[in-house]
Ligand binder design. Structure first.
Ligand code: KG4
Ligand code: ZN
Length: 343
């Protein structure tokens, strides 16, 4: 099936053309990061307006780059939620218009469902598996038993991992969003230079908490009379990153053992982090488990990732139709398209 997928849940306007839910023909992402950086975070109203401006050119570019005609597209997958309401509505309205004009089915996909299935675009994977989704809005552990069958095992009780990276970067004067910058600086730092806490590590749950870690960095900075620079800045970044990765990896190991799973997928923007990728690789080798972390361009927000579940649902006859609405808050466990499979 030839699918057009559309993602506008936050600050990236994205469209992709994917065949059979596996082969990416185009994957266009227009980022608004530079616009929101000035405000130190995403401004919802500005995001919606920018999506409105970019949605048509981005979809045109995706169709052109894929070298197909709009008339050849057989179905549409669009992010239904969670996300910013105004931003989601731009993508959903465009998806409905195209569905009506081209007389093709339309399916709404959970944004996190996109992230945790993105790896299928690069290599085959079997269900069931454990998924760690870490992004600006999520730090969740899920058991995944099939398309639409997701069970939350643990989640952050305050900040998401990406949020912690971004807030800490702001404290360090590194700008927004600073996750990638901390990663870069950490590569030349000593992860053991400062002992930052590992929140909830031994609480017996699979939940995360990152807001105290950010506060620990703030307390550390207050003790100094200056913002760290040079090797000291590298050390703070490396020590902070090590604390985040340590908790993420240890809780993931506990979840794998608890669920008796030997396959692990890590997705979302924070899965680009080089420290996390190497720590996860080491853990996977030690435990003898199969690990799949998509390449960085598929970890961050993109539209191709929606096509994996989109193709499975549409191929099985699912059509959410023009009645589909945007959902700002949407627990992944409650997606309704379950039961459809392309196999
Ligand atoms: O998945 P994503 O693109 O958007 C959301 O759904 O939130 O994730 C964005 C988050 C931001 O918090 C960003 O700082 C973080 O991913 N991020 C990173 C890295 N690259 C992006 N965090 C740590 N290390 C990185 N290399
Ligand atoms: Zn995302």
């Amino acid at each position: 099936m030839l699918l057009l997928s559309i993602e506008t849940s936050c600050d990236e306007t994205a469209a992709a053309v994917v065949s059979d839910g596996r082969c990416i023909l185009s994957n266009i992402v227009s980022s608004q990061v530079a616009i929101h950086a000035e405000y130190g975070g995403v401004v919802p109203e500005i995001a919606s307006r920018k999506h409105l401006e970019m949605i048509t050119p981005v979809i045109r570019q995706a169709i052109d780059k894929a070298n197909v005609n709009l008339s050849e597209i057989e179905g549409i997958a669009v992010t239904r939620g969670p996300g910013l309401m105004g931003a989601l509505l731009v993508g959903i309205s465009m998806a409905k218009s195209l569905s009506l004009a081209c007389d093709i089915p339309l399916v709404g996909i959970h944004h996190v469902e996109g992230h945790l299935l993105a790896g299928f675009l690069e290599q085959p994977l079997e269900f069931p598996f454990l998924a760690l989704v870490i992004s600006g809005g999520h730090s969740h552990l899920y058991r995944v038993d099939g398309y639409g069958y997701y069970r939350t095992l643990g989640r952050t009780i305050d900040d998401a991992a990406g949020e912690a990276f971004d807030k800490t970067a702001t404290l360090l004067g590194l700008g927004y969003p600073g996750g990638a910058m901390i990663d870069r600086l950490a590569q030349d730092g000593n992860p053991e230079a400062f002992k930052f806490p590992r929140p909830l590590l031994h609480d017996g749950s699979l939940n995360f908490s990152f807001s105290g870690l950010k506060t620990a960095v703030l307390t550390h900075l207050k003790k100094q009379s200056h913002l760290p620079e040079g090797s000291e800045l590298n050390d703070v970044c490396a020590s902070f990153q090590a604390a985040v990765c340590d908790v993420l990896i240890k809780k993931t190991v506990t979840a794998m053992k608890q669920e008796g799973l030997n396959r692990l997928v890590i997705g979302g923007g924070v899965a680009c982090n080089s420290g996390l990728r190497s720590a996860a690789g080491k853990m996977a080798r030690q435990m003898g488990i199969a690990l799949q972390i998509p390449s960085p361009k598929l970890c961050g927000d993109n539209a191709a990732m929606l096509a994996v579940a989109g193709d499975a649902y549409l191929s099985a006859g699912c059509n959410n139709g023009l009645g589909i609405d945007a959902v700002a808050t949407w627990p992944l466990d409650t997606v309704e398209n379950r039961g459809f499979s392309c196999e």
